[in-house]
Design a binder for this molecule. Structure first.
Ligand SMILES: Nc1ncnc2c1ncn2[C@@H]1O[C@H](COP(=O)(O)OP(=O)(O)O)[C@@H](O)[C@H]1O
Ligand SMILES: CC(=O)N[C@@H](CCC(=O)OP(=O)(O)O)C(=O)O
Length: 301
């Protein structure tokens, strides 16, 4: 029996569940792409919380697909073997040796995520973009410069992911692909998440990262932007205040919105259960990227 003085606690829990109801209805059977990267990946406790959130999304009837990164872990291993990690415009310069390391590290990250999801009682399948020709690529240049085995996705074989979802698996995608000659390429995980969200007709694309969201000025935490229209995002990209890994991320947000993904969000993966907070409460967190025509408030619709 619930004691009288404990009743409020239980009522509060009931309130939280009721608040989630419209969101559960809205995203029921909808495809949600979660790009998982940044430091939320290197902290074991946070990692477990993120994976628990995604499995919960699956169990309440959404169709999540995880696309993971692992850039920090790759750089750690690149350093371990005595090489220096190098990036241009947020993309890793990838020579033969680096490519080998990237594939080894991302393969390990992929299976570790599969293991975590399986341990929570949800069936997961880890695939690399090589499997079944999931991600076909061509060489990607950075400002016209050749940066090695870095791929730009030219084709997504969405049939594989649709089949996995159909059979109720949670697909976990590793951002590696092959070109027409079957050479292996390293794909920025934000790029991979964006093309997959587009090809799968995802309702929502959420980028989990290691910062609160997009800042107008990254030196000033007061300038966090909670709602960013595509037009403003493009202006911001040319302002010089967007740098490093935020460049491909914001570019992909714009690309996803312009290709019809309804909801695109950058979330702080360091906040425990940020995905649940974003999906199931009235309070938006992080930065929502919005269509220019969307004049309504993101969470107030
Ligand atoms: N204007 C900006 N607002 C937010 N982050 C920015 C901005 N400019 C550069 N960044 C950097 O982008 C990083 C996020 O990109 P990245 O490290 O590639 O994340 P992930 O590994 O999650 O893909 C932040 O940690 C921050 O250092
Ligand atoms: C071409 C390129 O830059 N590939 C990325 C792939 C991993 C990644 O994107 O990881 P995060 O999302 O955790 O940064 C890299 O080698 O770091």
């Amino acid at each position: 029996m619930v004691k009288k003085h404990e009743m409020q606690k239980y009522l509060d829990k009931a309130e939280v569940l009721i608040e989630a109801l419209p969101y559960i209805q809205r995203f029921n059977r909808k495809i949600i792409v979660v790009k998982y990267g940044g430091s939320a990946m290197v902290d074991d406790e946070l990692k477990e919380q993120v994976i628990k959130d995604v499995t919960l999304l699956k169990l309440v009837g959404f169709k999540p697909i995880i696309v993971h990164g692992g850039g920090k872990e790759i750089s750690r291993w690149v350093g371990k073997v005595g090489m220096e990690p190098k990036f241009i415009n947020g993309l890793r310069v990838t020579d033969d040796d680096t490519m080998e390391l990237v594939e080894m590290v991302l393969g390990k990250v992929n299976k570790n995520l599969v293991q975590l999801v399986e341990s929570l009682g949800v069936r997961a399948i880890g695939v690399s973009g090589k499997d079944g020709g999931l991600l076909k690529v061509q060489k990607k240049l950075a400002d016209g410069e050749d940066i090695g085995y870095v791929g730009e996705v030219t084709e997504v074989n969405s049939e594989i992911l649709n089949d996995l979802l159909e059979k109720d698996f949670l697909p976990i995608v590793c951002p590696i692909g092959m070109d027409d000659e079957f050479n292996t390429y390293n794909i920025n995980a934000d790029d991979a998440a964006c093309v997959i969200a587009k090809a799968m007709g995802a309702e929502k694309l959420a980028f989990l990262t290691d910062i609160e969201g997009v800042y107008k000025d990254p030196e000033d935490p007061e300038t966090l932007i909670s709602e960013l229209h595509v037009r403003e995002a493009k202006e911001l990209m040319s302002s010089g205040f967007i740098g490093g890994g935020m460049l491909p991320k914001l570019n992909n947000c714009i690309e996803a919105i312009e290709s019809g993904v309804s909801r695109v969000h950058i979330l702080d993966g360091r906040i425990p259960h940020c995905l649940l907070l974003e999906f199931f409460t009235n309070r938006g967190i992080g930065t929502a990227i919005l269509d220019d025509e969307n004049t309504k408030f993101y969470k107030g619709e």
